[in-house]
Design a protein around this ligand. Structure first.
Ligand code: ATP
Ligand code: MG
Ligand code: MG
Length: 376
């Protein structure tokens, strides 16, 4: 029984600890919020992520250290490397923390990203917008999530305000060509220190207000595109020397091409469907990879739709769950509810998800449609 330390104590850490506890590991999470989601199912050190004393304590208590978010302070990462065993290393963090470094690494692995340019001034932005045409997307190179830190430039007149707003944060900027996509997809791949690589089935992702709403598996694209997306993810895992999980977000363009949007070196919201629908969940796979165990079978056992539960959905969902679910019976679907134990159901905050196992995708989507709580 060794102990796994997790930097971060949110829902990803919680589900990682749940999966790994079943395998006999102990967990200790470092997170500033007392009684954090992971702290409810594992031990917790309550301190800021960049508190080096607390990180040292984590290193002392854990045999292996991993993380559930990529914005780990470089100094903390270096200290953990020196004091404990961090199989994922610090280079993958360094790469995926920064959009430009990440894009260059993806290209170096032989995979396509949306055309982009580094932007260092308003003049450079003006030139790049002229070259790409509108719409195009200006993004901060670091720190963005859920669409925060980006601006879709729809006309040249928006350039000064877009630049002024995003440059204010003082970080580097990137301009991307706007990809007219047919679908947004993601693939999560795992690689262990032996170099074994396995990819999970491709998810088709639907966002609402830049927050993931649905993941649909199997994705409604040809087998050929599915295989290609899985191959790209494996190539990235290999090229970047990933240990653990790498989540690859992709655009499938109207022109029928795959472009990588961004990466996450950790379990991903679009991989939550694996918990009941695959023979191995992404969380078990992550634990296997960082503990240098053989990887588990990623085969899909059932069609599934994952639907996110945000703050505004919690009360109506609980009310629904208390009664008989006639839609589920009629549609022959099994909705599996996961809640993360977060105290305040804040509007738009990720509070949980439901994996709807179904005979086919249409039945699962019909259940989501009839369970009207997701209209807000
Ligand atoms: P996440 O929460 O996934 O980390 P993020 O803030 O890092 O989000 P991105 O994933 O880069 O942001 O972009 C958010 C969404 O904006 C994408 O899922 C996609 O719908 C849209 N988008 C981003 N870049 C482009 C692009 N170049 N072309 C078309 N759509 C884009
Ligand atoms: Mg992102
Ligand atoms: Mg994204």
């Amino acid at each position: 029984g060794s102990t796994i330390g997790i930097l971060g104590g949110g829902q990803l850490g919680r589900m990682m600890a749940n999966a790994g506890s079943a395998m006999g590991y102990r967990f200790v999470a470092l997170d500033p919020t007392p009684d954090a989601p992971a702290g409810q199912v594992a031990e917790q050190i309550v301190a800021a992520y960049d508190d080096s004393e607390a990180a040292r304590e984590l290193a002392k208590r854990a045999d292996v250290i991993t993380y559930e978010f990529e914005n780990v302070d470089a100094g903390v990462a270096a200290m953990l490397m020196a004091e404990s065993y961090v199989p994922q290393g610090s280079e993958l963090l360094y790469t995926t923390q920064h959009r430009l470094r990440e894009k260059r690494a993806i290209e170096a692995a032989g995979v396509r990203v949306a055309p982009y340019r580094e932007i260092r001034s308003e003049d450079e932005l003006r030139e790049a917008v002229a070259a790409f045409g509108t719409p195009c997307v200006l993004k901060t190179a670091m720190g963005g999530y859920d669409g925060k830190g980006q601006w879709v430039i729809r006309g040249e007149n928006e350039i000064p305000e877009a630049y002024e707003t995003l440059a204010r944060a003082g970080v580097q900027l990137v301009l991307e060509q706007f990809i007219r996509f047919e679908k947004e997809l993601s693939v999560i791949a795992a690689r262990n220190p032996q170099g074994e690589i396995k990819a999970f089935p491709v998810a088709e992702n639907i966002h609402v207000d830049n927050i993931l709403h649905l993941s649909i598996v199997p994705a409604r694209i040809s087998e050929e595109v599915q295989r290609e997306a899985e191959r790209l993810a494996a190539r990235i895992a290999e090229g970047l020397g990933v240990i653990g999980l790498i989540a690859v977000e992709l655009f499938y363009s109207e022109g029928g091409e795959l472009f990588v949007n961004e990466l996450a070196p950790r379990p991903h919201n679009s991989g939550h469907y694996t918990m009941e629908a695959c023979r191995t969940s992404q969380f078990e796979q992550h634990v296997r990879a960082v503990c240098n165990l053989p990887l588990g079978d990623t085969a899909l056992m059932s069609p599934v739709v994952m639907v996110n539960v945000l703050g505004q959905h919690v009360a109506p969902l609980l009310e629904r769950m208390a009664g008989k679910d006639e839609a589920a019976e009629r549609l022959a679907v099994a909705p599996k509810v996961h809640l993360y134990g977060k105290k305040e159901a804040v509007f738009k905050r990720k509070m949980g998800h439901v994996n709807v196992l179904a005979p086919d995708i249409d039945a699962a989507l019909a259940w989501v449609e009839e369970t009207t709580i997701w209209k807000v």
